[in-house]
Design a protein around this ligand. Sequence first.
Ligand code: SF4
Length: 353
Amino acid sequence: CLVNCPFGAINETHSALDVVIKKLADPNTQVVGIIAPAVRVAVGEEFGFAKGELVTNKLYGAMNQAGFKIFDCNFAADLTIMEEGSEFIHRLHGNLKGEADAGALPQFTSCCPGWVRYLETQYPSLLPNLSTAKSPQQMAGTVAKTYGANVYDMPPENIFTVSVMPCTSKKFEASRPEFNDAWAYHKNNGSSAAEYPDVDAVLTTREMAQLLKLLEIDLAKANDFEGDSLFSHYTGAGTIFGTTGGVMEAAVRTAHKVLTGDEMAQLDFEPVRGLEGVKEAEITLFDKSLGQEITAKVAVVHDMGKNVAPILKDVMAGTSPYHFIEVMNCAGGCVNGGGQPIDGSGTSWLGKA
Ligand code: SF4
């Protein structure tokens, strides 16, 4: 049992829950819950819903009852894809024009902390290929404590951000010392606020279920709630971040709109869907700003330990055919992350052990 580990090896679970419970009871603190895309299709399992049943508004309602303000991480995923998609177009254009400071291609996605850490430790020479966009979790934390301070009408130091993630490595990501942009923002704007992280605590999907049970809130009986600010609004592009290929599909949609001025006629981008270890696709479109037709090649990799090495070998050798590569550590993407419910049957979200 995670909570009762007799060796004290895993006490983070207990301490994160304890801290969040204390903050929820503190009248001087506004706790903001940042809910990742993959959580809403899994947490219901802990309360008797069928596997995969979407419980977004029930989860909003239960968390609202517990005292959270709702910040849907899908909103932040939309921000991420605008940043990451724009960066990709900038790099692609710069390379096509032969600009010296165009930025490295292929561009890698940067929203999976397991993948980012792997690249840092195993292939540090490829770090320039990593998108400079922060992950949705980190963008959400920054926005909640900057723009959100006005929305919540609270000093940023009284806002406590709790992300709810399908992922255990998001705890590590939130603890990285470079992620205190909100503090830097307020300091530059004359605030004397003490240093604080963008994301104060990370709970896994399992831990959120534990929290609700500790607070005696039954998700199944919670009132549906639509959210209470623009942070509960998002597009389908933000939602599909939760599965392998989702970030790439969102990026392709964004790039198409920006480069051609039109939405894709068919929004579903099938070549990057499914559970093949490496998926690839090619997009040819008329680029209005360049006044010419261009072709971009993309690849999607999940189950990273098994599949990414040959792709990186080609990038290291300068022979990679791709312009943009999505990498996710977990098989199937975040929906199958290490923080999702375990049903005891020995099967994962992919239906295999
Ligand atoms: Fe976390 Fe896995 Fe998603 Fe990476 S793919 S962000 S490790 S859940």
